[in-house]
Design a protein around this ligand. Structure first.
Ligand code: NAD
Length: 379
């Protein structure tokens, strides 16, 4: 059971899909783990550490992938690079299928079974496999660190012999996994924190972290939480009322962190140019939704831009800016899922195709795109 780990090809991606810790466990499960030279360097993992964990080191991606039955990856690999893998091999990673139908169809065409980890159901058994949570949590933390680094004032209240300095005001928009961690991190740094979300359940969570909740709490808001716990698209009327409330709030903030996402859709626009112009020079906005189109009108993905003295940080892959921690958790998520696919006694792949986790995450199989959200795509 050959398991391949290659160096990520996506520009600026320093994470890796397996660490020495998870490699040792995969070997224990009967895997023969092959790692491309240098695969872990971006996360400060040396080739020798993989070898010590039981992996075989090879010089090229092709050599790692040749006849592999499982390919573990961070980003969606190009189908062209997968020619050497065994037919029916599992390609498991953050495959980012939405809006990338052609690439998904190409994966189907090379005959791999592609598993999109972002579709993992949010049920108790799969929490340990939830890459969205493990990575969003780190993005929320790192987003605040980036804001603090760009902010030219202190965050906490300082009572000194030279007088008192007021604490910074931080506002977090979207209080899911990333937002809640951003609230906690900003609180720890001493900021006065408020937050908003379209999900009513978020109110209690924000308050339990010591944040003030800011939202129009009408009937639509109370109905808004859907079965899966994700946000739904709100009516134009609600969005207008909420925008008015948040606009007046944003004008008084020093730091704003936006994290609002709606699965399968572009990120909602929350901060217009006019709202940015209402903020005092020196304020900082971090748009953690930059990779999905952004929550801020002026965001430029991958860049820090300044408008009227307000900095807007649009870094993509913010969790990837702390790659060592991000890889550590991501690799554990993948290991937990792979463990469910292996017969530990026989040390062979034994996939239960009826398992709800497999059904929910499987994008392609036997040459076709099989996920219900993409099945219309010709292979
Ligand atoms: P997400 O990344 O999809 O979105 C981030 C947040 O943005 C969400 O809280 C969402 O409600 C909010 N949002 C969307 N549109 C908005 C708007 N216009 N204005 C303000 N906020 C907006 O969400 P997530 O972090 O993946 O979390 C979604 C939910 O799932 C949360 O309740 C979370 O606690 C829950 N969750 C459950 C599990 C589990 O049960 N295993 C695991 C992780 C998360």
């Amino acid at each position: 059971m050959k398991i391949a780990i290659v160096r990520e090809r996506f520009e600026g991606e320093n994470r890796v899909a397996a660490t020495p810790e998870t490699v040792a466990k995969l070997v224990g499960l009967g895997g023969s783990v092959t790692v491309e030279k240098g695969a872990g360097l971006g996360s400060r993992i040396l080739d020798a550490d993989y070898v010590a964990a039981g992996a075989t080191l090879v010089a090229t991606a092709d050599a790692a992938l040749k006849d592999a039955e499982i390919v573990l990856t961070v980003r969606r690999p190009a189908a062209a690079g997968l020619a050497g893998v065994a037919k029916g091999a599992l390609v498991i990673g953050a495959l980012d299928p939405y809006g990338n139908d052609k690439d998904v169809a190409a994966l189907a065409k090379v005959g791999v079974t592609a598993i999109a980890m972002e579709f993992m159901p949010r049920i108790t058994r799969a929490q340990v496999m939830d890459i969205l949570s493990s990575q969003a949590n780190l993005a929320g933390y790192q987003g605040v660190i980036e804001a603090a680094a760009e902010f030219d004032r202190a965050l906490p209240m300082m009572m000194t012999a030279a007088g008192t300095v007021r604490p910074a005001k931080a506002f977090v928009m979207g209080a899911g996994v990333a937002g809640l961690q951003a609230i906690a991190t900003a609180k720890r740094l001493g900021a006065v924190v408020s937050a908003t979300d379209v999900r009513p359940a978020a109110k209690e969570q924000v308050e339990s972290l010591g944040g003030k909740f800011v939202a129009v709490e009408d009937e639509e808001f109370k109905q808004a939480e859907t079965a899966g716990g994700y946000a739904k698209q709100m009516s134009a009327e609600y969005q207008a009322k909420q925008a008015e409330l948040t606009a007046s709030h944003i004008a008084k903030q020093d730091i704003v962190i936006t994290t609002a996402l709606i699965p399968g859709r572009p990120a909602p626009l929350l901060i217009t140019k006019a709202m940015v112009e209402s903020m005092a020079p020196g304020s900082v906005i971090v748009d953690l939704a930059a990779e999905r189109g952004g929550n801020v009108e002026l965001t430029q993905p991958g860049k820090v831009v300044e408008h009227n003295g307000v900095k807007i940080i649009g870094y993509t892959n913010v969790q990837g800016r702390i790659p060592t921690t991000a890889s550590q958790l991501y690799a554990r998520n993948l290991l937990a899922f792979v463990t469910t696919l292996i017969d530990a006694k026989g040390k062979v792949l034994a996939i239960n195709w009826d398992d709800e986790l497999v059904k929910a995450t499987m994008l392609t199989r036997d040459g076709a795109v099989v996920h219900p959200s993409f099945a219309a795509t010709p292979a």
